[in-house]
Design a protein around this ligand. Structure first.
Ligand SMILES: Nc1nc2c(ncn2[C@@H]2O[C@H](COP(=O)(O)OP(=O)(O)OP(=O)(O)O)[C@@H](O)[C@H]2O)c(=O)[nH]1
Ligand SMILES: [Mg+2]
Length: 514
């Protein structure tokens, strides 16, 4: 076969390749041009049950080179069982067979192994034996994966122009977000750049390192910290069939899992569809894309191939439903307004301790946990101030840096409840090293929501986790109050300050009414 391939290839002056299944069946015969070959769409990777693709590529190089970088890229990106090149001699006969396969071992070592070049007739390695040994080795290293079945296993990637410590803090937050969405974080990659290419977020070399890493760690997900635009998504998914999502999608996913109320669910679905729409690929058949090497992703595994029009229909329906729900909420609110109790609202960065504070203040048991976005739907309770004054206290969804635009819009409606507030308590996780930054994020979002005209009290929380000094106390007391939401005994200064401010706010409100 090597001989006929070489002869034909020599005569046509084109590369010829065979895609061979493990069973020995030839899946495809591919005729390329002189310098390259285009592999057709391959079946989804996991369909073969193994870590490798279950297909090997044997092809000719009429130019007489052995394995090129592009060949090795194809080996990596397509997770081929093996890639082999038949080097053609001047007379058109096969001269040598060069082959390489992926390597399961080595943390940072080489990703592939070359077999010794031989004349095809002298080739003695048993392919079946080799590939079985490889699969075994891959799966031995991935035994852990079975324990975590059903959970996503991700490599986190940040390509950032920010200074290092900021980029690292942001990546740490992404890790928390992933954890909150029950994703297993296998590795984190931070790359700093002076500017980010709008077309390719990562170079092909860097991407191939990551794909190899993913293969070794048995990751199924690449999670990017930066929002990816459609062309950046494509530049990655063209080369790997790992799932690729960005921070925005992750946040949307968390919201989708957590939303309980009808309105919340509708809003999240709407935000998800709006995010998806411009990113739908107009991907046609896989043969339409030619690269120096080859990269093709099978159809049917692209979740994104949903009919654009159906999404638009769904969006219109959602908008209608939301309008209905919105007017319901308006009526509800009007009813409550009649009771005319002053309203105190908890706002703050996600995980700051808002729900915990509400629980301790009102002796309730709403969900509070060490996850980002534990609370989505606003909750209200009655609270009695020391001087026999009764108020309504409401808990709200937490804020986060770079809140996806569509989500902000979506939650504007929910956060409208905040307009009702007579006083805001801005809860701050003082134990978080990035608390200053988080405060600014909250202040900026309040401005965007046009809520910055409300009286606001800064509540520095989780003091039990911080080594307190006189200096720190002075600073906190200058700006607001300090508490530990878990400890009832620490809350009286907060209650007193809140009551004072509330009285003042009500006095000005009543004046305003008159
Ligand atoms: N040590 C300590 N932990 C606290 C304190 N207040 C809250 N926590 C913990 O911080 C985590 C987050 O608290 P939550 O009350 O859920 O925070 P949240 O602001 O409502 O967060 P989201 O609803 O996710 O935006 C929980 O694990 C709490 O137990 C505190 O004063 N001290
Ligand atoms: Mg909460």
């Amino acid at each position: 076969m090597a001989r006929s391939l070489c002869e034909l290839s020599h005569e046509l002056n084109r590369q010829i390749g065979l895609l061979i299944h493990r069973s020995g069946k030839i899946e495809a015969v591919i005729v390329g041009d002189y310098g390259s070959l285009l592999i057709p769409a391959l079946p989804p990777q996991r369909a073969t049950g193994g870590r490798l693709r279950g297909l090997r590529l044997v092809h000719t190089h009429p130019g007489g080179e052995d394995l090129t970088d592009d060949d090795l890229m194809d080996l990596v990106f397509l997770r081929l069982d093996l890639i082999a090149v038949l080097k053609i001699a001047r007379d058109g006969l096969p001269e040598r067979l060069y082959a390489a396969h992926l390597l399961p071992s080595g943390e940072e070592g080489r990703a592939w192994q070359f077999l010794d070049p031989v004349h095809p007739a002298a080739q003695q390695v048993s392919f079946t034996g080799l590939v079985e040994a490889l699969e075994q080795e891959f799966s031995r290293r991935q035994r852990t994966a079975e324990v975590d079945q059903g959970r996503d296993r991700a490599i986190l990637i940040s390509v950032s122009t920010e200074p290092r410590d900021q980029a690292e803090a942001s990546l740490a937050e992404l890790t928390e977000l992933a954890r909150s969405d029950d994703i297993i974080v296998l590795d984190r990659v931070l790359q700093r750049r002076s500017r980010i290419n709008p077309r390719y977020i990562l170079g092909k070399g860097r991407l191939s390192d990551i794909v190899i890493r993913a293969l070794r760690l048995d990751a199924n997900l690449l999670l990017f910290n930066q929002e990816l635009n459609p062309s950046q998504i494509r530049s990655i998914t063209d080369f790997t069939d790992l799932r690729v999502i960005d921070r925005t999608q992750l946040i949307l996913d968390i919201f989708a899992h957590r939303a309980r109320s009808r309105e919340g669910k509708l809003q999240v679905e709407m935000a998800q569809l709006k995010y998806l729409l411009p990113r739908l690929s107009s991907r046609d058949d896989a043969l339409s894309r030619l690269t120096g090497g080859i990269g093709a992703r099978g159809p049917g595994e692209t979740k994104l191939e949903i009919d654009r029009r159906r999404i638009n229909d769904r969006l219109a329906r959602l908008a209608n439903e939301l309008k209905e729900v919105g007017s319901e909420r308006y009526r509800r609110r009007a009813r409550r307004r009649k009771k005319d109790l002053p309203v105190l609202s908890l706002v703050g960065y996600t995980n700051a301790g808002k729900s915990t504070l509400l629980n301790t203040l009102t002796d309730s048991a709403i969900v509070a946990e060490d996850k980002l976005f534990a609370t989505l739907d606003p909750t209200s309770r009655r609270l009695r101030f020391p001087e026999e004054m009764e108020v309504i206290i409401t808990d709200t969804v937490g804020f986060i840096d770079n809140l996806p635009e569509d989500l902000l819009l979506a939650f504007k409606a929910t956060l409208e409840e905040l307009e009702e507030a007579d006083l805001l308590l801005h809860v701050i996780d003082y134990s978080n090293p990035a608390y200053r930054h988080q405060m600014h994020v909250v202040q900026r979002l309040l401005q965007e929501l046009e809520l910055d005209n409300l009286p606001i009290l800064a509540v520095f929380n989780k003091l039990d986790r911080v080594q307190m000094s006189a200096e720190r106390w002075r600073q906190i007391e200058a700006e607001g109050v300090g508490v530990s939401a878990l400890d009832q005994a620490t809350l009286s200064p907060l209650l007193e300050r809140a009551q004072q401010l509330m009285k003042k706010a009500l006095a000005t409100r009543d004046q305003g009414c008159r």
